[in-house]
Design a protein around this ligand. Structure first.
Ligand SMILES: [Zn+2]
Length: 433
């Protein structure tokens, strides 16, 4: 099933033409309505007439999260306040949040792209979707909510948290689909096991999980423990929220809704545009947004793009599951380390849980990586000798994957903080000293 065959299965040439036209219109709008962009374009000696097709994208300036912060709260909006009908904001872990605004038409586009995401995952009007993403300023909850109503599914707007109630409603209301972060999905699976609920007794069949990076191993674990097909969805509030890209049931990369968001892959160091299949930072230009259109927004997510056609029939480009973030990357003693690599190693071992915490410190001018790992119940109750052996095994496995030796600290199950949203998995103390 495809939600919007015209755009999701459009021949590429036709799609490029559409993108070019929309891009030109959008650049006209921001040039005249957003002083920030007019100035940036003038600095680069570019006028809207220079932008006629997607091949001209590279002439345009980049936008960063810092630009949004510097223009807090509404400085980058391209329409008068009277046209804005909703605002959302990112969590803003450091300093002020980034604010995004939507016109009535933006909200229509948003539910359209989320409707595509849900259809991609096989969710339709006969489904009961439990939306366990947070409702509020975060775009996850309301974003998925309106898209779900658009496809005609029955929405259970429970929001995040309240795990006991989640399980009760999942059972009583017969939820067939679950929308939340992958780490919360895993937490729900654990809570279910604790309560002796067999997922086979539930009607759950699909999960749409996003808002944080997760590995294929994590997917396998969730699929087994919740007995669902776990679909990776991708979005960020700056671009629109959920609905930017989604896997189809072939689970072979995430289709980007390119008629609204044009992707590029750049080298994060040189900012040079990379070719198909090359790994780099994902950049988006929104060509249909009215409230907050963005030129070449740097996501810091690392991935690759594939243009060959997917078995599902969609022609939309596919991005690989995010391989990490250019700014989450830890450099430890010169080695590039992504938290997802460590997660992968832990998931391959039956003795450990995929809950971990990385602590990086600098001692005597040397970086030290300590990995806290939760151990499965039955192993933790074993004798010290066995635990020491396990610790060695983790150390060896990490060493061979990362090329780096780490100090391992085994902790009892449920010691590490569980998150109902995004998990904090890295404490880098080097920046504090
Ligand atoms: Zn597909």
């Amino acid at each position: 099933m495809v939600w919007n065959e015209k755009f999701e299965c459009m021949p590429r040439e036709e799609l490029s033409r559409w993108q070019g036209e929309k891009l030109h219109e959008m650049v006209e709008r921001v040039y005249h309505n957003v002083p920030f962009y007019r100035q940036k374009m003038q600095e680069l000696n570019v006028i809207p007439e220079d932008i006629q097709g997607v091949e001209d994208l590279k002439k345009l300036p980049f936008t960063t999260k810092q630009d949004l912060r510097d223009n807090y709260p509404y400085g980058l909006f391209a329409v008068p306040a009277s046209e804005i009908v909703r605002v959302h904001a990112s969590s803003g872990t450091t300093g002020k949040p980034t604010v995004v605004g939507y016109t009535r038409r933006d909200l229509t586009v948003w539910s359209e792209v989320v409707a595509r995401t849900l259809t991609c995952a096989g969710i339709g009007k006969n489904d009961y979707i439990q939306v366990a993403y947070g409702y509020g300023l975060f775009t996850g909850g309301l974003g998925v909510h309106y898209g779900s109503e658009k496809v005609g599914a029955t929405v259970i707007p429970i929001s995040g948290g309240n795990t006991k109630k989640q399980l009760q409603l999942m059972h009583d209301f017969g939820s067939t689909a679950l929308a939340c972060t992958p780490s919360y999905a895993l937490y729900l699976a654990e809570a279910m096991e604790e309560k002796g609920i067999d997922p086979a007794e539930l009607k759950l069949k699909t999960g749409i999980f996003g808002a944080e990076p997760w590995t294929d191993n994590m997917r396998k674990t969730i699929e087994e423990r919740l007995q669902v097909q776990a679909i990776d969805i991708y979005g960020l509030s700056e671009i629109i929220g959920p609905g930017v890209a989604s896997e189809c049931q072939k689970q072979n990369g995430l289709h980007i809704n390119e008629d609204h968001f044009i992707p590029e892959i750049i080298d994060p160091a040189t900012l040079e545009v990379l070719g198909e299949g090359e790994k780099g930072e994902l950049v988006f230009t929104t060509v249909t947004k009215e409230g907050l259109p963005l030129l070449r927004y740097r996501t810091h997510d690392l991935t690759r793009l594939h243009y060959d056609q997917c078995a599902c029939g969609r022609t939309l480009v596919r991005m690989e599951k995010c391989l990490g973030r250019s700014d989450d990357m830890l450099i430890i003693r010169g080695v590039n380390v992504f938290p997802s690599q460590i997660e992968s190693v832990l998931l391959e071992m039956s003795e450990t849980k995929p809950h971990y915490l990385l602590i990086v410190e600098r001692k005597n001018n040397l970086d030290v990586l300590e990995v806290w790992v939760e151990v499965e119940d039955q192993f933790f109750s074993d004798e010290i000798k066995k635990l020491e052996k396990l610790s060695e095994k983790i150390k060896d496995n990490l060493q061979s994957t990362l090329g780096l030796s780490a100090k391992i600290k085994l902790v009892e199950p449920k010691t590490l903080e569980r998150s109902e949203g995004k998990s904090q998995r890295v404490i880098d103390k080097r920046e504090l000293s």
